[in-house]
Design a protein around this ligand. Sequence first.
Ligand code: FAD
Length: 371
Amino acid sequence: MSNAIVIVGGGVSGITSAYLLSKSKGNSVTVVAKHMPGDYDIEYASPFAGANVLPMNLDADSRWERRTWPEFEWLCRNVPEAGFHFKNCRVFRNHKDLVPGTSSLPMDPLFDLDPWYQHMMPDYRELETSELPPGQDSGCSFTSVCMNTPMYLSWLVGQCLRNGVVFKRAVLSELTEARRLSHTGRPADIIVNATGLGALRLGGVRDTAMAPARGQIVLVRNDGPSMLTTSGVDDGSDEVLYMMQRAAGGGTVIGGTYDIGNWESQPCPNIAARIMSRAVRLDPALAGGKGVAGLDVVRHAVGLRPYRKGGVRIERETLRDGADGTGVHVVHNYGHAGWGYQGSFGCAERVVELVNEIRAANGEDLSKEPT
Ligand code: FAD
């Protein structure tokens, strides 16, 4: 009899976990979630991401990004319908931002002068002084990818359906309620918790290390040759500057903000004005040299990144099911802040390892598993 696994969460973390778990014929996977691909809601971060790959994990725990990059590169080369394309990326550093203590956040390794990811990202090189925009002290260039996230999420759902995953809508008050939601009709053997920011309020979890990192963006029709980002901006430490061109006509996402603790779901017009003016100052060609007036806006939007103080939580736990007192195996996979896509495969692989540990402890011989 197969393992009944219920994954709670229909964002990139839950669906990538479902995709990898469903590759094993020993697993019957159900995904339950309040929000699914196609929805736009402030409680659902995944559709608001660009998303591109700008490595930002520390070297010590960068397994998540190190394992995801080859998968994305492969998808980009071989699976056009997944909605990826390769793009040049330029990361600019203003050296005053690199002084420790200038930000309340830990230093972002993306802006390191000798970054670990120089050996991972293709075509990495330091920029010549002549290639720097005004106000920037140094920078690097490399090839990355940018995906069209609504398209990629739909593609992932399609891969899961092909592997027999069943998707259901449900709003849970307690994580252990998932035990009764497997499409097999049997109680779930294992629950995977991929509820993102929902982990703050979900019964059985209530992780108070979780907080929103509010991201306001502007989506425009304008196109540019490179994805750009800077180490800081002069408008406060809650604001950031980046732009990325989504694949397959998805438009250019201009950001933004990284405002921890701010739950505001509506775009602020003043912030929007600052986002657009910073973008055209950094890259006048984006708007054909016409300034903000040259930007062709599709929409303004806000997403809440699932930030977790202390970092992502990927681990096993046994919870008591309040209904009958049974111990339930849980694997957590939440708290990816601003890197949920670029770490998605690495994290989901760890979920598979933890699920396999539970299966082995239950006496299953995984070497005999049909593939
Ligand atoms: P979510 O997408 O939030 O999904 C959570 C799921 O859990 C939803 O389906 C929700 O309905 C469900 N859920 C929660 N509580 C319950 C409950 N009680 N009952 C039932 N279901 C529940 N990442 C990158 O890698 N690259 C980028 O370039 C990038 N850019 C970003 C730009 C912006 C503006 C934002 C906002 C984010 C960006 N991110 C980026 C971060 C990325 O979007 C997130 O890390 C990622 O989407 C988190 O996915 P998730 O599946 O963990 O959470």
